[in-house]
Design a protein around this ligand. Structure first.
Ligand SMILES: [Zn+2]
Length: 174
């Protein structure tokens, strides 16, 4: 019998963080049926159907962009630790993200979105640019006009009001 204890543990951990079934299919070699069973054990219900959102649009809208940028800074930090695999860094950074937000704002970035963000950056679909005003690094489209980029914290949309201030207190700690 193949020893898949490690993969089972990984899948359970991923589901606990809120991963969709597709994430565990990509990160483990466990059979689909097995993963569905593990999902049901974690959540008490069947995994949602449907594909993962393939578009990068979400990441460049105002509030998601601030959360995605914060997450990616934490991911980079986690990934720097020696001998850490990409998936471990992705999970560590997500826990840090939740901790970081706990007193300030509700999480906007789901684990699955975080995992996809790491993939998007790795494949060059998204990258990070430095804000010309605050010098923070923010997630942007790979072909965005980078020079004189101004982030969503330095230039919040007019009608965000309270949400803007809440996100600002979290985002400035990137
Ligand atoms: Zn800025």
């Amino acid at each position: 019998m193949i020893d898949d204890t490690h993969e089972t543990r990984l899948a359970v951990e991923l589901f606990r963080l809120g991963a969709r079934l597709q994430v565990t299919r990509a990160e483990t070699t466990l059979p689909r049926e097995r993963l569905i069973r593990l999902y049901k054990e974690s959540h008490g219900e069947s995994p949602p159907k449907g594909r993962l959102p393939a578009s990068t649009d979400w990441y460049v809208t105002w509030l998601p962009n601030i959360h995605a940028s914060l997450y990616y800074a934490l991911y980079e930090f986690a990934a720097q630790q020696s001998g850490v695999s990409r998936i471990t860094a992705t999970m560590t950074a997500y826990r840090l993200y939740l901790e970081h937000l706990s007193d300030h704002a509700a999480p906007v970035l789901s684990f699955t979105r975080a995992w996809m963000l790491v993939n998007f950056v790795e494949h060059g679909v998204l990258h990070r640019v430095t804000c010309a005003q605050c010098h923070g690094r923010f997630v942007a489209r790979a072909h965005a006009f980078d020079r004189n980029y101004v982030c969503g914290l330095c230039r919040p949309p007019a009608r965000t009001g309270k949400t803007a201030r809440a996100a600002t207190s979290a985002g400035h700690r990137v």
